[in-house]
Design a protein around this ligand. Sequence first.
Ligand SMILES: NC(=O)c1ccc[n+]([C@@H]2O[C@H](COP(=O)([O-])OP(=O)(O)OC[C@H]3O[C@@H](n4cnc5c(N)ncnc54)[C@H](OP(=O)(O)O)[C@@H]3O)[C@@H](O)[C@H]2O)c1
Length: 277
Amino acid sequence: MTSRVLVLGSSGLLGHAFMRALGSKATAVSRQDLDGAATKLPTDDDIVINCIAHTQVEAAEDEIEQSFYANAFLPGCLAAAAARNHQRFVHFSSTGCYGTGQSDPWNDYAEPVPTTQHHKSKLAGELEVRHAHPAPLLLRIGWLYGQPPEGRRDFVEMIAAQARSTDQIYSDPSQTGNPTCVDEVVLQTMHLLAQDVSGTYNCVARGAARRIDYVREIVQSLNLDTEVVPAPEGHFKRRAAVSPNEAAVNMKLHFCNNLVMSEWDAALRRNIAERNI
Ligand SMILES: NC(=O)c1ccc[n+]([C@@H]2O[C@H](COP(=O)([O-])OP(=O)(O)OC[C@H]3O[C@@H](n4cnc5c(N)ncnc54)[C@H](OP(=O)(O)O)[C@@H]3O)[C@@H](O)[C@H]2O)c1
């Protein structure tokens, strides 16, 4: 791809992955570069990739304004600025937006009925972006891991640290999702941009995993013998009523020339083997 790309939220997990993958084709925009309503974006780039988000699901129950600002209002402003510049606009939402209506993995056509302030703000962001830009690319993703920016830890590193400091860790056996490597999200985004498509797509690793299986796979891949046991009910004191089923299937990616993502466990093992954790 020869286009120039503007990456917003480049200090975050996904934004950092785009910066790594795109190298000299990418320009980072930091929080400080944006004015309050983000009315202007640099015009030299063909594609704007927005990785900005308020991602703290628990905190969002109290930080409603901050959450709706970063996840809904700001994406709308950025999408409008990109539309004025005739730039393509890529934005990320969450499979957590689908809510609690079923226990099977959600396909892209299911109606989102979010249950937390965070997911309500993410769904509001989708609507703002669709309203502000004629042909945005929206990807619903979830349970991300991957090489984090300097000074930050991803979920894998947090579990590694926990597993190295104790003989037994608790994990949630009731929550289901798709542990997804940021590098695969970057790859699929690039494929979709190359095909010049727009619309809303699930973009998650193949296969649903319970949180406890995800944590066990991390511990085993690191050759640690820490026991991972089901957390008793009420062990994790959560304010946000996160759906127990955030797992999805990529029906529309398959329609798009059969774009296929890796099985979650194979991708996780590969990523851990490549990293110095
Ligand atoms: N991580 C996951 O498991 C997950 C799951 C579902 C969906 N997603 C979506 O994937 C995308 C990327 O997430 P991520 O995990 O990479 O997030 P992240 O690591 O938390 O990074 C968030 C980025 O947004 C920036 N930011 C936050 N509030 C801002 C504001 N008010 N103004 C300007 N910049 C602001 C942060 O900048 P600072 O460094 O300056 O704070 C940071 O660069 C988001 O749309 C997220 O909702 C992620």
